[in-house]
Design a protein around this ligand. Structure first.
Ligand code: GDP
Ligand code: MG
Length: 163
């Protein structure tokens, strides 16, 4: 299988919501409660005539905070290994958290292309709040709303350019 795209990020940033929107099916389990054990989900889709497989990571197991962070690291490292492009989702409502910084640190070490998606930008007012994510050291970002779909077309345009 070629053209693999992995969606990574800490729990509750909206990875599964974005996954659902991008594959336009209800395959991922969207759960507002963090720490629930969930399997990774795969879907095949296409954009502008380019096909790709999408991986929704997020089978995290809640234990101690340490295990929690280790799980995320494992998921991110697996995604970096498997994927051709990584979509790193963060949440404009919470801003940058320690876990985001942890994930960003791993992603800055890979040669693979990383798209930073600032999610929950549901309205124009939130665009300005997104600028803090330059602080992750991953360069420019795409503002999106997994819920209403805004920005996801531009994200997909950028994504298929990298495949
Ligand atoms: P995951 O843990 O990263 O897979 O996150 P989920 O997709 O399960 O979403 C976590 C919560 O964020 C849910 O309550 C979603 O409805 C909410 N959410 C996801 N995307 C958006 C968005 O674009 N805007 C807003 N306001 N909420 C969102
Ligand atoms: Mg999820």
């Amino acid at each position: 299988m070629s053209n693999i795209v992995a969606i990574v990020g800490r729990p509750n940033v909206g990875k599964s919501t974005l996954f659902n929107r991008l594959i336009q099916r209800r395959e991922a389990i969207v759960d507002a409660v963090s720490g629930v054990t969930r399997d990774r989900h795969y879907g095949r889709t296409d954009w502008n005539g380019k096909e790709f497989s999408l991986i929704d990571t997020g089978g995290y197991v809640m234990g101690s905070d340490d295990i929690f962070e280790q799980e995320i690291d494992k998921q991110v490292e697996l995604a970096i290994d498997e994927a051709d492009v990584v979509i790193f989702v963060v949440d404009v409502e919470t801003g940058i958290t320690g876990m985001d910084e942890d994930v960003a640190r791993l992603l800055r070490q890979t040669e693979k292309p990383v798209l930073l998606a600032v999610n929950k930008v549901d309205n124009a007012m939130r665009e300005a709040d997104a600028v803090e994510f330059y602080g992750l050291g991953l360069g420019d970002y795409h503002t999106i709303s997994g819920i209403n779909g805004s920005g996801t077309g531009d994200l997909l345009d950028a994504l298929v350019e990298l495949l």
